[in-house]
Design a protein around this ligand. Sequence first.
Ligand code: CMX
Length: 439
Amino acid sequence: MILYDQIAAQLPGWRERYKALAKEHADVVVDQVTVGQIVGGMRDIKSLVTDISFVDPAEGIRFRGMSIPEVLKALPKPRGAKIPYVGGLYYLLMVGEVPTKAQAQEVEAEWARRADVPDYVYKMLKSMPKETHPMTLLSQAVLALQNGSQFAKKYHEGMKKDAYWEAALEDSLALTAQLPVIAAFIYRMKYFGETKKPKYSAKLDYGANFAKMLGVKDQKGYAELARLYFILHSDHESGNVSAHTMHLVGSALSDPFLSFSAALNGLAGPLHGLANQECLGWLLDVYGKFGNKVPSRDELYKFAWDTLNSGKVIPGYGHAVLRVPDPRFTAQMQFAKAHFPEDDLVRLADMVFDVVPTVLKEQGKAKNPAPNVDAISGTLQYYYGVRDFDFYTVLFGVGRALGVTPNYVWARALGQPIERPKSLSTKMIEDVVAKAAAQ
Ligand code: CMX
C-alpha cells in the first residue's frame, strides 16, 4: 500500500534522529517556562514535536513546510478542478512529499475501499434523540467504530512496538474514509429526516463524494469547496485543543478511534471549532438587524462594539498563536470572491474584516485582532445551501482527521512516550515568585 511503503522507507532515518534527541541531547535547554505561561493556558510552551505542520505567528500554517498557496498550487487536481485532491494532501501530510497525480489517486482509491460504515453505527445514530448536537453524533459514531480498530485488536494480540504505526495507519485510513460518509448521514438524517445509507463511489474523489452524499444542488461547485475546506482544516500543529487531545489520548496507546472521538469533543467547544457556527450566526444577526441588508461601516462598527459591551467575543476573530490574518481565512475569502463576489454575506464578511480588527484594537484586549479560519467558513457553506449552522463543526471534524491521523501514525512510528506534564500548586508557584523577588 502506497502510504505504508513510503513511510516504511523513511522510518529508519527518522528513528535515528528521534532517538539521538531522546538519548544524546536530552539535557539541552530549549526554552524557559514563565509563571504567565503556566497560569495562562500553557501558551507558547515549546513541548511538542511534530513534522506534519508548523504555525508561524507572523505567517500562519505551513503543511510539511509549504504555505497554503504553495500547497494549493503544487498538489495534483481532479480533471477540470482548481482545488486539489484531498488524497494528495493526505499523502503530503503522511509522507512529507508532494505526490504525483497517480499517487494522490491511489490514496483516494484506498479510501473508496474502506468507506463502508457498519450497520450498527447507523442504528445507533438513528436511535439518538432528534435534538442531539451533530458533533455529539459524530463523536459517538467514531467511538462506535472503535469496535473495528486494528490497532486495539493487534495490541491485545501482542503486537510489537515497532509495528504500532502500521496498525495505526490502517485505522487512520479506515477512519478518514468513513468520516465523510457518517457526516453526510448525520446531515441527511438530522435536517431532512432521511435515513438511507450514503453511497461512496470509487469513481469520485473525496470532495465530490461528499458533495454527492450531502445532496447539495451545485455538486461541482460544492466539491471544490469541500476539497478546499477539508485541506485547510486538516492540521494546525499540535498544540490546539483537538490536535493536542488526539496526541494526548493517543500517547496512552488508545487507538485512533478512541483518540479522535476525544479530539472531536474538544473541537466541539465554542472557543475552538464551534466558533464557525457562532460566527455565521453573528453575521446573520448583523444582516437581520439591518433589514436583511449589508449595513454601513458605521452601523457595523456600532454593532461590533455592542457585542463586546454585552460581554461576548466576536467569533472568528483572534487567535492564540497567530498575529496576522489567518491564511486559511484568506484562501476561503479568495474562493468566495472568485465564485460569488456579489453575495451579500461575502460582502458583509469582507466589511467585517475591515471594521472588526479596528474595534478589537480600540478595545485593546485581544492580542490578535485579525480573522481566523472560522470568520468566513460558514458563509461559504451557506452560499451552497448548507445552512444548518450546528453542522459546520462536523465539517471541521472531517477535515481535522486528515491532519491528526498522520500525527498519530508518526507518534507511534517514533515511539513517542505517554504524555505526562508536571503540575504545581498555587502556593508552590507563589513561593517561586517570592524567591525570584528576593534575589
Ligand atoms: N472578541 C472579543 N474579545 C476577544 C477576542 C474576540 N474575538 N479575542 C480575544 N479576546 C479577548 C479574550 O477573551 C481575552 O479577554 P480576557 O482578558 O477578558 O479574558 C483577551 O482578549 C486576551 O485574549 P488573547 O490572549 O488575545 O486570546 P486567547 O489566546 O486567550 O484566545 C481565542 C484565543 C481564539 C479563544 C480568542 O481570540 C477568542 O475567543 N476568539 C473568538 C472565538 C473564535 O473565533 N474561536 C476560534 C479560534 C479558531 C479555532 O480554534 O477554531
